[in-house]
Design a protein around this ligand. Structure first.
Ligand code: UDP
Length: 467
């Protein structure tokens, strides 16, 4: 060592701009390293930074005045919530302190209190998309499922939340998270964000709601998917037979101009709310529908519940050969003896007696009838006693889906509440009236019921107030 060491260059120059440059270099280097090891993680991080900064700036007219107002009145603007992050690392999720009363409720409903979590995203505790940040108390130690969700950063938006808003949250949250962790992609995340934006119209997760809701004069049993499956299975052993109808927006419209169908629905033992239209109707009426209990999502769950029991199904309806393909689907699902008989839905009126005899002789106690509404429902009303089955359900186009004859909408469309647009695109000639016009007519009718109800109750109030 002969000469004095040179003064250290930039790396050790801790003057303001030098430090910023060093930090920027460190960031770029670590990102490049990440991109090399894990491309998805790197692009996600880059996207998170841009999206959180953009969203933070765009929403600043909302949160900034609130923060300033809190500070001016000497209150803490931000609350901290303990959360478990990636790799089980604890962190504090930041939430805005909202004002009390109605204004606070409204702001919370719009998710305004969660805006500071964008800061968590910038800091890298969270991501735009990922499993809901878990409370330390809710995690079960040693549980593989809850550990699996910690392989990724928790997110501001998550798949389970979207599903609960479109009423298709049938599977437990942690299972949905595990599926997310195992299949995630940049494209999937972007799709999920788009769906989250769409679901703003549908209202939140249903918490407290009555067991029965009347929509346009039709008494709907308000059930979750799991409750519906359990009750249907229980009815198979009940002393009295049960007649079941699925009702969607189109059925309600049909019933409005078909008195016989209206009566068939009103006297049914069990009516389940099918589709996003019913969810919106429940919301408009202030009586939220618990879940979208449609036949197509219920069917595999029902088959699973009936596997290895003494019960048997008869499949009646659809074009020749279709019900047999559904039987094959059920066999492949692991229930080889569940189907006791099948028959297509194109028989003459004179053959009706024989069809009923065939069903009775099969020994099935559950009958699925796929003729489409309203025919299937009036047929069941007329013939169930002769068929000797405990439970009969009208299932519409269900057999076409499970036989593979008609492709069902992809999962992301169902999660976005857009299954009806898929059916519209598949059969525009037949469906444009049903969905294009029918949905709007349905919602307008429900809204007018709501207005009438409100007017009625305010008038009643006035009468009561009179001396
Ligand atoms: N169908 C039947 N017999 C008939 C008319 C129709 O079995 O006389 C079947 C048809 O093949 C289809 C189902 O009924 O499988 C009706 O499906 P659609 O899509 O109309 O039912 P949705 O679910 O829309 O009520």
């Amino acid at each position: 060592m002969d000469a004095d060491p040179q003064p250290m260059a930039l790396e050790h120059d801790f003057s303001g701009s030098g430090r910023a440059k060093a930090q920027a270099r460190h960031l770029v280097r670590s990102w490049l390293w990440l991109a090399w090891v894990d491309g998805l993680e790197a692009s996600k991080r880059l996207f998170d930074l841009a999206a959180a900064a953009g969203a933070g700036a765009a929403t600043s007219p909302v949160w900034l005045p609130m923060v300033l107002a809190s500070m001016a009145s000497g209150r803490q603007p931000i609350r901290r919530w303990s959360r478990i992050g990636r790799f089980g690392e604890p962190f504090d999720e930041l939430r805005l302190q909202l004002p009390g009363g109605k204004a606070g409720e409204l702001l919370a409903g719009a998710g305004v209190d969660r805006l500071p979590a964008l800061m968590n995203v910038l800091r890298g505790d969270m991501s735009m998309v990922g499993p809901r940040p878990a409370d330390p108390q809710e995690l079960r130690p040693g549980d593989v499922v809850s550990r699996r969700r910690q392989d990724v950063r928790p997110g501001l938006f998550n798949a389970f939340w979207v599903r609960s808003r479109t009423n298709v949250d049938y599977d437990p949250e942690f299972d949905v998270d595990r599926e997310y962790v195992e299949t995630r992609s940049m494209k999937g995340d972007l799709g999920l964000l788009a769906r989250s934006a769409l679901t703003a119209f549908y209202g939140g997760k249903v918490v407290d709601t009555p067991d029965r809701i009347t929509i346009r004069g039709i008494p709907v049993h308000n059930r979750t998917m799991a409750q519906a499956v359990e009750e249907l299975v229980r009815q198979l052993d009940a002393p009295e037979p049960t007649r079941v109808c699925f009702v969607n927006a189109d059925c309600v419209n049909l019933a409005a101009r078909d008195a016989q169908y209206q009566q068939t629905l009103r006297t049914a033992d069990y009516i389940l709310a099918d589709g996003i239209g019913m969810k919106l109707a429940g919301r408009l009426l202030g009586r939220p529908i618990r879940q979208n209990v449609n036949g197509t999502d219920l069917f595999p769950r029902l088959v699973d519940a009936l596997k290895d029991t003494h019960h048997g199904i008869f499949l009646l309806g659809a074009r020749p050969g279709v019900a047999d393909s559904v039987r094959e689907w059920i066999v492949a699902r692991g229930a080889p003896d569940l189907v006791r008989g099948t028959r297509d839905g194109y028989f003459r009126a004179e053959e009706e007696d024989e069809v009923c005899r065939q069903i009775k002789a099969s020994g099935a106690d559950l009958l699925l009838v796929a003729f489409g509404a309203p025919r299937q429902d009036t047929w069941i009303l007329r013939n169930q006693p002769r068929c000797g089955v405990k439970v009969a359900i009208g299932v519409g186009g269900l057999f076409d889906f499970f036989s593979g004859r008609i492709q069902r909408a992809p999962q992301w469309m169902r999660e976005a509440g857009l299954e009806w647009t898929w059916r519209l695109a598949q059969e525009p000639g037949r469906m444009w009236k049903r969905y294009g016009i029918g949905n709007a007519v349905f919602l307008a009718r429900v809204l007018s019921d709501r207005v009438r109800r409100d007017e009625g109750s305010s008038q009643q109030g006035r009468v009561r107030c009179e001396p």
